[in-house]
Design a protein. Sequence first.
Length: 304
Amino acid sequence: MPATAERLHEALANLPVVVDAASCVSRAVPVSSYGGARPTSTVTLAGAGREGTGEHVGWTDEAHAAFRARLPRVGRRACLLGELSEWLRVTIDAPYDRAAIEMAAIELALRQRTTTLGALAGVTPRPVRHVVSFARADDPLAEAARHPAAELKVDVDPAWADSVWRGLGALGRVAILDWKGAGDDTAFARAMDAMPGVLHEDPAEPWPEAMYPRLALDASITTAGALAGVAPVAVNLKPARMGGVLEMLAAAARCAERGIAVYLGGMFEIDVGRRQLRDLAAVLCPDGPNDLAAIPLADPPPAP
């Protein structure tokens, strides 16, 4: 029997969808951890008496304005989700645009067919393990204390003193160290000595041989094809960065074939997108260190 990601990819790609209209609402939401107002857009696709939504994660107002201008291209259509996904890939370059529209189409198709991700995948959704991530901090131990009992994903400063590495290791709840392309052999050795069980995400190359059993990749995985020629133990898959859920599932299926673990990450979704990512994780990788913790908002979003 095909693995979960492969089954879900095939089932979604062959799911019919009817789109009669597309609309979009953009706004800015104050988010303290973002450092100000986070722009966000919610796209709604309507058809056959149902609606589906998706969240656009562009970082600038200009990106959201460009998305709104492109949205009318979707038009009215009745097709399979896989056909819509391919049309988006050929027609729209921006991956965040494609991902938002595709996710709205997936939700619409599920509602039109009165089915769920779990039913299509042939699995029962399970509670999602997640980590709390925070940006590089001068005092990561103080920041960790703000999230008691939570598993953590920590952005690394390679210059941290030995006492910081030891302190993080003593917490016993760091799941991922995110190097963001930085680090050297000295920093890697200190980190692996202090926390032998954590995943090391996106360390600078060349990677020491001792790191390979704990190596995870994130930023470079923009398509399923990006997995060719690399051998991490885990990957962080982000549908928005990959241009949509179907491409993410294609990558997850390749990972399953090669014994690579997957976990899902967000792109600072603050609205429907975060809930949808957790729904996907509940089916695909509930036990992974999914970077999908709730993001506290200064002002909660309006009720749907």
